[in-house]
Each structure stands twice: as C-alpha cells, then as structure tokens.
Ligand binder design. Structure first.
Ligand code: ADP
Length: 260
C-alpha cells in the first residue's frame, strides 16, 4: 500500500506542478491570442499576414483547451468517497454513453446479481468511466460494441496480486471495446501522463493517467489488456463499500460500512 501511496502522491505533486505551469502558460497564450487577433483585424495588413495571424489564433485556442484540461485534471478537488450502488452506476454510465458515443456504437452492460456497492467519489468515478468511454469510441471509428461490466473479486494475500493491491474484496469495473487495440509499445506507455498517439488538438494524454491516479487514490488499481485489431479492456478494481457479500437486492440499504 505504501508504494501505492508514493505513486499517488507523485501524481498529485506532478498535478500541482502541471497546474502551475498550465496557469502561467494560459496567460501567455492569452497574450499571444490577443496580439494575433489585433493583427488579423487590421484591414491594412496583407491578406497573407492576416491568414497567418488567424492560424496563430486557432493554435492558441487549441493550446488553451489543452491547458484547460490539464487544470481540471490537477484540480480534481476534494475526494469524497461514498458507497455507490454498482448497478445504478452502470445503468447511468450506460445511458450517458449511449447518448454521447453515436449510433454506430452499441453500448451494453453486464453484471451478476449481488455485486456490492463500490466505495469511491461519485463525480470522479463518473468522469473516469466517461473518459474510458470516449477512448473506446476513438478506438472504434467504424463502430463497434462497448461493454460495461462489473463483478466481485477477492484478492488473497498470497495470490498473484495485481501490482500494489492489498488483499481484500474488490469490485471490478471494466470497459471493453471492439476497437483497434494497442500494440505492445503503446500499451506499455498508455497510462503515462501526456502520452498520446492522437493528433495534436485531439489527444492530451491525460485520460488514462487520470484514471490510474483515481483508482490508486481510491485504494484500488487500474489494469489494461489489449490485443491489436481485437480491442481493449480497461479494468478498475475499486474497494467494496460493504464487508462480506450482500444479497442480490441488498444494494439499496447498504450504506456506511467500510472495510479497512
Ligand atoms: P488520449 O486519449 O488523450 O490520447 P489517454 O491517456 O486516454 O490519452 O490514452 C493514451 C493513449 O492510449 C491513446 O492515445 C491511445 O493510443 C491509447 N488508448 C487509450 N485507450 C485506448 C483504447 N480503448 N483502444 C486503443 N487505444 C487506446
């Protein structure tokens, strides 16, 4: 667990550093944008100059949106873990993704009965799952299927434990797509901060780093499995909010009890 905390603290420190840089950078971008806008609007300037000034304005807008995302990543804010009924969570995310990902992507969810609530910050978990959904969409330009799934896993102390995970009961939440998948080199770096294979202005490399930081801060872990041209599964292991197992219909009344 201590290694996990060190990692989470590193991400947090990096987040703070990045947020300071992003803030200063944003001010600079605004100055550049202002000057370029003035140049563009001067009728006495040559057309070519004004076109170039327009390009500068557009580039600063793209830069601005990246620093904006960086700031919102760094300022994820307070962490308020609470028990979240897993079935409701999946149903909500499924609905959101079905509406946002476009008609060419089928969104489905699967969960056995009796999965207990997870202990996590609601807003952040929702953001993370939607993030995974948009990554899945980007990997399926020709359409495909996105599957949200949940189940329970007991990680034993002597087991082949996923890196950094303490023993105990976890809820596993997975997002699976039937997209392009990742080659070994991409997979190895996918969760690095700022690593992206997407074109400038589309990718920031913040998504999976944020998902990983979230999972670890929640006392869990993130894992990625991917096969080129078959698809990708991102799995979050999150702490279960109640001790032991709950009956199939027990989600609604399970609040408060936490495991350590
Ligand atoms: P971004 O989406 O801005 O690139 P991420 O951290 O979310 O940042 O992802 C990093 C990289 O990992 C992506 O650029 C892509 O190459 C790869 N990746 C992430 N999710 C998937 C996925 N579901 N399928 C294929 N590749 C993915």
């Amino acid at each position: 667990l201590s290694n996990q905390l060190v990692q989470a603290n590193k991400v947090q420190a990096l987040g703070q550093l990045a947020s300071g840089i992003a803030h200063d950078f944003n001010n600079i971008l605004q100055a550049v944008e202002g000057a370029a806008t003035l140049i563009e609007r001067r009728p006495e300037h040559h057309d070519k100059v004004r076109r170039l000034a327009r390009m500068v304005v557009d580039a600063t807008a793209r830069g601005g949106s990246i620093t904006q995302r960086l700031l919102s990543f760094a300022r994820r804010g307070e962490f308020h873990p609470e028990p979240l009924p897993t079935a409701d969570l999946l149903a909500n995310i499924r609905e959101v993704l079905a509406h946002t990902l476009g008609a060419s992507i089928v969104v489905q969810s699967t969960m056995p009965p009796g999965v207990p609530p997870v202990l996590a910050d609601r807003g952040q978990l929702e953001t993370v799952l939607v993030n995974l959904g948009t990554n899945a969409r980007d990997a399926m330009p020709e359409g495909g299927t996105l599957t949200l799934s949940a189940d329970v896993e007991f990680v034993a102390a002597d087991d082949h434990r996923p890196a950094g995970l303490a023993s105990g009961a976890y809820v596993r939440l997975s997002v699976t797509d039937t997209g392009t998948g990742m080659d070994a080199a991409t997979l190895a770096r996918a969760a690095e901060l700022f690593f992206t294979t997407k074109p400038l202005g589309q990718g920031t490399g913040l998504g999976l780093a944020m998902v990983k930081a979230f999972a670890e801060q929640s006392g869990g872990a993130m894992a990625i499995a991917s096969t080129p041209s078959e698809g990708t599964t991102v799995t979050l292991r999150l702490r279960q909010a109640t001790e032991g197992t709950t009956p199939p219909d027990g989600e609604a009344d399970s609040h408060g009890d936490t495991i350590d």
